[in-house]
Structures are given as structure tokens and as C-alpha cells.
Design a protein around this ligand. Structure first.
Ligand SMILES: Nc1ncnc2c1ncn2[C@@H]1O[C@H](COP(=O)(O)OP(=O)(O)OP(=O)(O)O)[C@@H](O)[C@H]1O
Length: 256
């Protein structure tokens, strides 16, 4: 039995095939992420970071190669067929939550994702609300006091915290964080980043996080990837990652 949560074998995406615009945007990537790893992903604009997440999530098909989530070959599975295995949080606070529904309704929806219809009959009981308030309180940003507020009325930070809670509700096999703090002000971003790290550790989640923030990429996670021109240009973990400095990273980026 394997302990890897994700495995990519020669994962390749070629766009506009057979035209003068043909381009390889993911270039024979081999990657194995073990259960419990927290991988930060850096790379310049256009390096292929979102493409990597898109093929993992199934929003983009591979031209060739294979993708496994756990022991399952998901290469030909549609996005919807992968949602019970992985969850993704986006940069845009509008994605991932339903704006007209309240915080409690969104949380209930996340909890019931993938459940059979007959199991959905129980509504927002007092117990359920108390449980939600407890979960939302972990975010420490007032979300717990706004359970009955429409999600569209939340602050950006509260909404992203809710999106994170919803994504982790069912303890996904793999959590993809796609610049999830980038649209927030520095203080709120730092707060959500700390909460993210806390929850990943507490729930022992396997996670990958795209960021343009070098300090966050160094401070958080146990492994760091740098993408460049559709390839993995750097892959460090453990003590080698801990030893990396901002200067090392700046020097590395200057070479690309
Ligand atoms: N569906 C597509 N069709 C054509 N080109 C694409 C497609 N998706 C991505 N690309 C191109 O692939 C390259 C990699 O894009 P990608 O969005 O993965 O980069 P990124 O590292 O996420 O960049 P950023 O930091 O700007 O988000 C870019 O040149 C982009 O224009």
C-alpha cells in the first residue's frame, strides 16, 4: 500500500496543438506528495503553477502522462468525480461560497457534499449550530458571531476563512490552496495564513499552496517547489528547506 496522496507521472499539457501557437505548458512533470506533507509552490507569472493545480483538480486534461490521487488513477476522471478526494480554495473570495446563503447554510452544504439525498433531511438543529459556531470560532475573526449573515456581506477575510473551513470540512485527501490569502490586506492575510497552518497541522492534512509570498513559502510547510516553464525547477524539503533564506530564493529567481 502506498502512502502517497498525489502522484504525477510525466504529466504533460500541450495547448493549441498543431498550430503555430502550440506550447507545452506542463512539461513531463514527475511529482509524488506523501500523506501529511504541506508543500508550498512558488514560481514566476506563467510558470505553470495554476496549470499544475488545474490538472490535479481535473479542470484541465493532461495531453499525456498519469495522475493518481491516493491509489486511484484519476487521469480520466472529471472534476466533479474528484471532489470527494480533493478540495481547493481560490484567491477570489467569491469562489467556493454561495453569496446569498448564510454562513451556517454554506457550512451545512459543505458538510453534506456527496451525501445521499435521504441523509440530508436534518436541518440546522440547535446542536448543529453550536457545533458550527465552535468550528467557526477557530478562525478567530468574528465568523462565529455571523452564522446567520449572508456570505456576500462578510469581510474578505471572513469569507476566505469560511471557504477554507468548507474545503477542509470533509478532511480531503488533498487540499489545494491557490493563492488563498493573496487578495487580503497584509494583517488579515497573515492571520488566515497562521490559521491555515494550524488547521493543516491539527487535522494532519496533505496540502499544496501556491503563493507569491516568499516569506510564507519559506515559513510554512515542510517542502517547497519552484515551477519554471512548466517544469519543477526546485524541490526541497526537511532541513534543506528550513535552511533556505530569502536571499537564496531571490538569487534563485534572478537566475530564471
Ligand atoms: N488553457 C490554456 N490555453 C492556452 N494557454 C494556457 C492555458 N492555460 C494556461 N496557459 C498558459 O500556460 C502558461 C502557464 O500558465 P499558469 O496560469 O499555469 O501560470 P502560473 O504560474 O499560475 O502564473 P501566475 O503566477 O500568473 O498565476 C502561461 O503562459 C499561460 O498563458
Amino acid at each position: 500500500m502506498t502512502t502517497s496522496s498525489l502522484r504525477l507521472e510525466n504529466a504533460t499539457v500541450v495547448v493549441n496543438q498543431g498550430t503555430s501557437e502550440e506550447k507545452t505548458i506542463l512539461d513531463a512533470v514527475n511529482l509524488e506528495v506523501q500523506a501529511g506533507e504541506f508543500v508550498t509552490v512558488l514560481g514566476s507569472n506563467g510558470a505553470g503553477k495554476s496549470t499544475l493545480f488545474n490538472v490535479i483538480a481535473g479542470t484541465l486534461n493532461l495531453t499525456s502522462g498519469k495522475i493518481y490521487l491516493g491509489d486511484t488513477d484519476v487521469t480520466h476522471l472529471k472534476e466533479i468525480e474528484r471532489t470527494h478526494i480533493l478540495a481547493r480554495v481560490f484567491q477570489d473570495p467569491k469562489l467556493g461560497t454561495a453569496p446569498r446563503m448564510t454562513v451556517a447554510e454554506n457550512l451545512l452544504m459543505a458538510e453534506r457534499r456527496g451525501q445521499k439525498r435521504r441523509l440530508k433531511s436534518r436541518g440546522l438543529t440547535t446542536e448543529k449550530r453550536a457545533e458550527m459556531a465552535q468550528v467557526a470560532d477557530k478562525m478567530g475573526n468574528g465568523l462565529a458571531q455571523r452564522l446567520d449573515v449572508a456570505t456576500g456581506q462578510l469581510s474578505g477575510g471572513q469569507r476566505q476563512a469560511l471557504a477554507f473551513l468548507m474545503a477542509t470540512e470533509k478532511r480531503p485527501e488533498l487540499l489545494l490552496l491557490d493563492e488563498h490569502t493573496a487578495a487580503l490586506d497584509p494583517k488579515t492575510s497573515a492571520q488566515l495564513m497562521a490559521l491555515t497552518d494550524e488547521q493543516i497541522k491539527a487535522q494532519q492534512l496533505t496540502a499544496m499552496m501556491i503563493t507569491h509570498n516568499l516569506s510564507d513559502a519559506l515559513q510554512y510547510g515542510n517542502r517547497l517547489l519552484v515551477m519554471s516553464e512548466g517544469k519543477i525547477a526546485m524541490d526541497v524539503d526537511g532541513t534543506a528547506k528550513q535552511a533556505l533564506t530569502l536571499e537564496d530564493m531571490l538569487a534563485f529567481f534572478n537566475r530564471y
